[in-house]
Design a protein around this ligand. Structure first.
Ligand SMILES: Nc1ncnc2c1ncn2[C@@H]1O[C@H](COP(=O)(O)OP(=O)(O)O)[C@@H](O)[C@H]1O
Ligand SMILES: [Mg+2]
Length: 124
């Protein structure tokens, strides 16, 4: 088991990750992740969301993208189909928010930040 944290504590287990909010921003990210998943999971490469409860999100675990690779093509694809994630200085440009599937495709791990949420104070 590994732990990571920024606006959420992320518990990385064998097959799943659990994202626990530690701030209002993290809480809203969790709710929005569920909203975006329900609306777009059929048409965009989003990390599989298994459940969300009170802002806590459980996702399938993916391999992380190494060496700072930013998948420009996938960013463009996501922005084209998800207007909520298409804004300046969005989180998509951060390689840490991308994963890699077992069939070698980029997948977005962190899709909770919309334009409003991005303006909230980030607890580090
Ligand atoms: N589904 C996942 N599979 C593997 N690693 C993940 C997954 N979701 C998040 N992570 C890792 O945890 C880090 C933080 O998760 P993220 O969803 O970006 O939360 P936040 O940025 O709100 O703290 C990511 O940068 C990534 O390294
Ligand atoms: Mg993130």
């Amino acid at each position: 088991m590994r732990l990571k944290y920024s606006t959420r504590i992320v518990v990385i287990l064998n097959g799943v990750v659990i994202k626990i909010p530690i701030s209002r921003k993290g809480f809203l990210q969790g709710l929005n992740e569920k909203f975006i998943w329900d609306k777009y999971n059929k048409i965009a490469p989003l990390a599989e969301l298994k459940w969300m409860c009170l802002g806590v999100v459980c996702q399938k675990k993916y391999a992380n993208v190494e060496f700072g690779i930013v998948p420009f093509y996938s960013i463009r694809q996501i922005k084209a189909v998800i207007p909520e994630l298409d804004f300046k200085n969005c989180d998509l440009h951060n390689y840490e928010n991308w994963g890699w599937t077992t069939d070698d495709k980029f997948i977005l791990l962190d899709y909770g930040v919309n334009e409003y949420i991005s303006t909230l104070y980030k607890l580090k």
